[in-house]
Design a protein around this ligand. Structure first.
Ligand code: 13P
Ligand code: SF4
Length: 325
C-alpha cells in the first residue's frame, strides 16, 4: 500500500474518546506503544513506555507484544523492527525522519570508511539501517562515552553521524575519533545570545543540555546528558530552576516529576520561544489511533537489511547491560 501523505488519510470521528479507543485497541491487539520524550504530552500520557533512544531500544528488545507502535521517528522504528523481525512495527507517520540520519548517506559513508581502513566504526543510533549495517557498534547519548572508553586507547575510531556528540566524547575521553560531519537541526539552532540573556535574568537557574548541542553551548552547561540523564538530574538536584537545551517534549516529564521546579526551554535562533523537532511532532493522537485501527503504515524492511544491521545494535545492548545501563 502506498502512503502519499506518510499515513492513512482517514477521518477520525470527533465524538469518540480517542484515549479510550487507543487503550482498547492496544489491549485487543496486544500492542506495546513506545514513545520518545520528544513526543507531544498527550502521546506520552498514553504510551506504555516513555524513554530515550537506549531505553526504547531495550524495551523493544524484550517485549512480548504482537505489535509495536513506535511514536518516535523512522530510525527508532527501524531499530525496533531489526530487533523484532517477526513482529508488526507500526509508525504513525512514515515521513517522521531525522535531519541527523539524513546527513549521512550510505554511499558517501561507505567511501569515508574506505578512506579510514584501520578504524572501528561507532555510530550513533540516529542513522538509517543502511548506516548501521556499515557500523561495528551502535551507541546512544546514554552509553556513547562508556562504549568509546571500553575500546583500547590506541584503537582508531570513526564516529558518525553527529559531529557535536563526537566532539563532546573526544573532549570527555581524550580520544581523537574521526568525525562524520553531521548534525541535528534542532540542537544546532539554540541561540547562545538569548540563553546568556536568560541566565542573567534567572541567576539561580542551571543550564542543562543534550550533547547533540554545539561545543560553545556545552561549554556553558552545568550538566550534559541524554534526555533520560537530563530528566534524572532534575529529579536529584536541589536546584529549583533549569534552562533546558534540548527538544521541548522532555519538559512534560520534567514538570510531572518536579511540580515545584521551573523549567525554561532554551530558545532557538529564530522567532520561536522553544525548540520543537518537526519530525517528532508529525505524530499525533489521531495518526496513532488510525495506525492501531488499520495496522498501517507498517514499517517494512528486507530480511537482508535486518540481518546486516542487527549485529552492531546487539553489541550495543550487550555492552549497555554490562555497564548496568
Ligand atoms: P536521546 O534519546 O538519546 O536522548 O537522543 C535524543 C534525540 O535526538 C533523539 O532523536
Ligand atoms: Fe533527529 Fe534531531 Fe529530531 Fe532527534 S531531535 S529526531 S536527532 S532531527
Amino acid at each position: 500500500m502506498m502512503f502519499e501523505k506518510g499515513f492513512l488519510d482517514v477521518k477520525v470521528d470527533p465524538s469518540i474518546d480517542i484515549f479510550e479507543e487507543i487503550n482498547n485497541l492496544k489491549k485487543q491487539k496486544n500492542v506495546l506503544l513506545l514513545a520518545h520524550y520528544y513526543q507531544d504530552a498527550d502521546i506520552q500520557d498514553i504510551a506504555d513506555y516513555i524513554g530515550d533512544s537506549l531505553g526504547l531500544a531495550q524495551q523493544a528488545e524484550k517485549t512480548n507484544a504482537d505489535i509495536i507502535l513506535f511514536a518516535g521517528v523512522h530510525f527508532m522504528a527501524e531499530t525496533a523492527k531489526i530487533l523484532n523481525p517477526g513482529k508488526k512495527v507500526l509508525i504513525p507517520d512514515l515521513n517522521a525522519g531525522c535531519s541527523l540520519a539524513d546527513s549521512c548517506p550510505p554511499d558517501k559513508f561507505a567511501e569515508f570508511k574506505k578512506n579510514h581502513p584501520d578504524h572501528i566504526v561507532i555510530t550513533y543510533i540516529n542513522c538509517t539501517a543502511e548506516i548501521k549495517a556499515l557500523s561495528d557498534i551502535i551507541c546512544t547519548s546514554s552509553n556513547a562515552v562508556q562504549i568509546v572508553e571500553s575500546l583500547p586507547v590506541e584503537q582508531k575510531i570513526i564516529f558518525a553521524p553527529d559531529k557535536n556528540l563526537g566532539a563532546y566524547i573526544n573532549k570527555k575521553t581524550g580520544r581523537n575519533m574521526v568525525l562524520w560531519d553531521g548534525s541535528c537541526m534542532v540542537h544546532e539552532i539554540f541561540s547562545l545570545e538569548k540563553i546568556t540573556r536568560l541566565q542573567s535574568q534567572n541567576p539561580n537557574a542551571q543550564l542543562i543540555a543534550h550533547p547533540e548541542c554545539e561545543a560553545a553551548l556545552l561549554e556553558k552547561a552545568d550538566f550534559i546528558g541524554s534526555t533520560t540523564a537530563l530528566l534524572n538530574y532534575t529529579k536529584k538536584s536541589t536546584v529549583k530552576e533549569f534552562i533546558v537545551a534540548t527538544e521541548t517534549g522532555i519538559l512534560h516529564q520534567m514538570l510531572k516529576a518536579n511540580p515545584d521546579k521551573t523549567f525554561i526551554p532554551a530558545p532557538p535562533n529564530n522567532a520561536c520561544a522553544c525548540n520543537d523537532c518537526p519530525h517528532m511532532k508529525l505524530n499525533t493522537l489521531e495518526k496513532i489511533y488510525i495506525a492501531l485501527k488499520y495496522e498501517q503504515p507498517e514499517l517494512i524492511m528486507s530480511a537482508d537489511l535486518i540481518e546486516r544491521s542487527k549485529k552492531p545494535i546487539l553489541k550495543m545492548l550487550e555492552l549497555s547491560a554490562k555497564f548496568g545501563l
